[in-house]
Design a protein around this ligand. Structure first.
Ligand code: HEC
Ligand code: HEC
Length: 308
């Protein structure tokens, strides 16, 4: 994987193709009616066991699709063990979850609904609730042409909504589309991002989300028991503290940072990353330039949130 990344970065630089690709400005693969139904389900707390938690509780669509708490809180105030990642642009991640244990958004959504520390609902309870609602019966009939709502249709609608949660038109994407020039600081930050080596792990359309890498590559971090890293899945000692590289799009809105919320601000996160993963102590001006570049990755709110 690593050698593939280095090779592809070498090739892209050879042909002066940028190592980061812009998000599409228009999505042509969304079924709007399904996505709009998914939008309602995403924010419906009655899909949880005690009626208090929706997907939106931990993936606040007005907070960059993430959660400002250190660990998420599920039904009956049960604490999870990690910071919740953003759902924005999740469709472009090669796997879902910090340790990539779900291959698809479908598998992921299924997991969240059942997880006892999240929504703690089973398939039958969800079908029972949805079929007792005139609103949902009407909507599902319109979209799926069924008079009895099936759990799999509810998942399908949620996933369609998630597929539409794309944040186009960031300043950096506009630069990639050759519509604008970056500011002096943004540009210096981008050059640093490439020359320091951040780009080796954070690249591609999601500026991350396409490989597993070590948290603390240059400075071995202690391994905490029950951390949801790759080791939790493979039990291979070399996988300790290995995580999916997260996306850096809209990163200014999704504090705190890292799976364990160990950095509270983006400033700290940039300093910690350079230290832990590159073994570099940055100068103040360099941090400011990297911050300017990272902020240029913030895009527009997904259009599906504005649809009537
Ligand atoms: C109680 C809080 C909570 C609720 C409710 C919740 N999530 Fe999550 N979600 C999380 C946390 C925490 C993670 C990361 C867990 C991990 O990696 O081990 C996550 C991960 C994800 C991811 C993977 C993102 C990535 O980059 O890996 C997606 C997509 C997602 N959730 C969608 C949903 C959907 C859809 C729902 C509703 C059906 C939902 N979540 C409900 C907290 C929550
Ligand atoms: C060797 C691979 C690697 C390199 C190099 C790297 N990162 Fe990361 N980055 C990661 C991984 C893995 C994580 C997730 C770590 C965790 O949460 O445990 C991460 C997380 C982050 C986060 C927090 C994201 C979030 O949602 O919480 C930021 C910000 C970040 N990196 C910025 C940078 C910057 C800036 C650089 C260059 C100075 C850089 N990274 C270099 C692999 C890397």
């Amino acid at each position: 994987m690593k050698s593939f990344l280095f090779l592809s970065i070498f090739l892209t630089s050879l042909y002066s193709i940028e190592p980061i690709q812009p998000l599409p400005l228009i999505l042509d693969d969304i079924n709007l009616n399904k996505a709009k139904l998914g939008r309602v389900l995403f924010s419906d707390p009655l899909l949880s066991k005690d009626g208090t938690v929706s997907c939106n509780s931990c993936h606040d669509l007005s907070l960059g699709g993430a959660d400002s708490r250190d660990v998420s809180l599920g039904v009956e105030n049960k604490k999870g063990n990690v910071q919740s990642p953003t759902v924005f642009n999740a469709r472009y991640n090669f796997k879902q979850f910090w340790n990539g244990r779900a291959d698809t958004l479908k598998e992921q959504a299924d997991g969240s609904l059942h997880n006892p520390a999240k929504m703690a609902m089973d398939k039958n309870a969800i079908e029972k609730y949805l079929n007792s609602s005139d609103f949902y019966k009407k909507q599902f009939k319109k979209v799926y042409a069924t008079s009895s709502i099936l759990y799999k249709n509810a998942i399908d609608a949620i996933v369609e909504f998630e597929k539409a949660l794309v944040t186009p038109n960031s300043r950096f994407d506009q630069f990639l589309y050759k519509k604008i020039a970056l500011s002096d600081n943004e540009h210096k930050g981008y050059v640093l991002f490439k020359t320091l080596g951040c780009i080796f792990c954070h690249n591609g359309i999601n500026v991350g989300g396409n490989s597993f890498q070590k948290f603390g590559l240059m400075k071995d971090m202690p391994h905490i028991m029950n951390t949801p890293d790759r080791y939790a899945i493979t039990k291979n000692v070399r996988d300790k503290n290995i995580f999916k590289v997260p996306t850096l799009r809209n990163i200014e809105y999704t504090a705190p940072y890292f799976h364990d919320a160990s950095s509270k601000t983006l400033y700290e996160a940039v300093k910690d990353m350079s230290h832990l993963n590159l073994g570099i102590a940055l100068e103040e001006a360099e941090i400011q330039e990297l911050l300017a570049f990272l902020k240029s990755l913030s895009g527009d709110q997904p259009t599906i949130l504005k649809e009537k």
